[in-house]
Design a binder for this molecule. Structure first.
Ligand code: NDP
Ligand SMILES: O=C(O)C1=N[C@H](C(=O)O)C[C@H](O)C1
Length: 239
């Protein structure tokens, strides 16, 4: 993703690529190069430290790396608040998925959730992916769970008594299934069921370039959005 983002920024008429950072490089190089915005596609183990370092440097951040939790996002909000109190306004955008089809699928799923008795999520990825379930599926399941709770829906019906390992991960009460298959890039299917009917919402990223319009939009927008924004749907005015 890092290489693809660098190419997209270099090709954008309104942007200039001033630094490329790899594992082991000093992040101070970002500020020294005059960057207004840094983009982080790294690994879950380092992304939080990177973003705290960028906030200290006063550089806005667009983050695609997975692995964020309520607790780690809370630490960012506190750090951004301290920085703002010192007079430095920094924006951080974390998006579990920058693909427009994925953002729309998540938004439609959140809207549909309250109308269905059953909901499950299937995410399908390339076999080099290190984390499961995907950040996108976790975000989707969280939004479905929130909509179900607000509508007063209980748990999806499920008579399973044994073999729970075959029923996928439990994300906020929503079952999430992860497939890893050579040839895939990034795909998600959200299944909703009622007596006698089914709704399937599916999105497919066939190529990493599909994430680039969303990343470029995030770069343009984050400079005028101080504090933490989670999800490209907020930037796209879909929330
Ligand atoms: N939000 C979105 O739309 C998308 C999110 N993702 C997420 O982005 C992340 C990266 O995905 P992907 O590019 O496929 O993964 P890769 O494993 O291909 O790339 C990760 C890169 O991060 C580098 N890296 C590791 N530590 C650091 C560090 N401290 N500073 C700078 N670079 C570092 C690695 O270097 P080295 O190899 O030397 O260790 C590697 O080059 C994942 O969490 C993935 O889930 C992916 C696609 C879209
Ligand atoms: O690792 C990937 O490839 C992807 N990661 C993100 C995720 O975990 O949701 C976004 C997209 O699915 C591609």
């Amino acid at each position: 993703m890092g290489a693809t983002v660098c190419a997209a920024v270099e090709a954008a008429p309104d942007m200039e690529l001033v630094a490329r950072i790899d594992a082991g490089d000093d992040l101070a190089q970002v500020a020294a190069a005059g960057a207004q915005v840094a983009v982080d596609f790294t690994v879950p183990a380092v992304t939080e430290d990177n973003v705290h370092a960028l906030i200290d440097l006063g550089v806005h951040a667009v983050v695609g790396t997975t692995g964020w939790t309520d607790v780690s996002r809370g630490r960012l909000v506190a750090h951004l608040g301290r920085k703002a109190a010192e007079g430095t306004s920094v924006g951080v955008l974390i998006a579990p998925n920058f693909g427009l089809s994925a953002v729309l699928a998540m938004t439609f799923a959140a809207k549909a959730a309250r109308y269905f008795e059953s909901a499950e999520v299937i995410e399908l990825h390339h076999p080099n992916k290190v984390d499961a379930p995907s950040g996108t599926a976790t975000h989707t399941a969280g939004a479905i769970a929130k909509a179900r709770a607000e509508a007063g829906l209980g748990a999806s019906p499920d008579a399973t008594e044994s073999g729970w390992e075959a029923r996928g991960a439990d994300v906020d009460g929503v079952r999430v299934h992860a497939v890893r298959l050579r040839g895939l890039v990034a795909h998600e299917e959200i299944l909703f069921g009622n007596e006698g009917e089914q709704l399937v919402i599916r999105q497919d990223s066939f190529d990493r370039v599909s994430f680039m319009p969303g990343v470029l939009l995030g770069i343009r927008e984050v400079v005028s959005r101080p504090g933490l924004t989670v999800g490209l749907e907020n930037v796209m005015d879909l929330s």
